[in-house]
Design a protein around this ligand. Sequence first.
Ligand SMILES: [Zn+2]
Length: 289
Amino acid sequence: MLLILRFILLIFLMGITSPLLAKPLYIITTSPDLADITRQLGGKHVLVKPLVKGSVDLHHFEPRPSMLKKLSKADCVIKIGMDYDDWVQELVQAAGNKKLLDYWTGVLDVSKGIPKRDVPHVYSKGGHRSGNPHYLHNPNNAFTVAKTISQRLIKLDPENKGDYEKNIVAFNDALRAKISVWKKASKKLRGKRAVSYHKTWTYLYDFLGIRHVATLEVQPDIPPTPKHLRKINKWMKMGEVDLVIQANYYSDKAVKIVTKGSMLTVKKIPLYMDSYAEYFDVVIEILKK
Ligand SMILES: [Zn+2]
């Protein structure tokens, strides 16, 4: 009997102290690509869920009340920042989870240290007022993002610092190898002149060596006007554009007007995929076709 009691006590103490039975950190990210990166950096010590699934525009995203449940249990929220997913702040306030309200560990903005592109020089009525937030479309920026996330995981869970340090080395090595593959695979895209619907792809263009000609939107989030579309259509008919790129959730209406009478067809690409690395494999293939 005494032996059985000792055994039960041992199991109970292991439950309190053993790292093997420790609960993983519950991390919420706004976008699916951030979730994938965080999973790779956290490994077995994290449970990560994105608030948004699939290729969804976060500029105009309407948060749902059901998301509060996820946030109420989270240890940390990771967001893209630069005004792109600021709606998550309201959710965090409403969720009333004290952990997330902690300034030092609650909400992590991973745009810190990213070289900003497209910062407006004058007041802009449209989006991207704090610069272009689509920076994860240049995989070189993922090294900075990974460092920021890894440091936060260590802060939240210092006991497993060694594992987080190993994970980021593996993440960086794999990303470096993929970047060299993507660079080779995308050689024929270098120097191509592109038109897109929204100014989504500035960082992707930086990475692939594509030249930005125009967007169909007059300014980020300011819809196209007939006059603006006619001007771009003229350039297309003159052969001044090689690629028309559009995120796959926009309607075809404006793009049909600008490509009319030209040889160009639109390349529809996702904004996110569940796998950050697979995203570039897929996008490069679509753009090369
Ligand atoms: Zn945007």
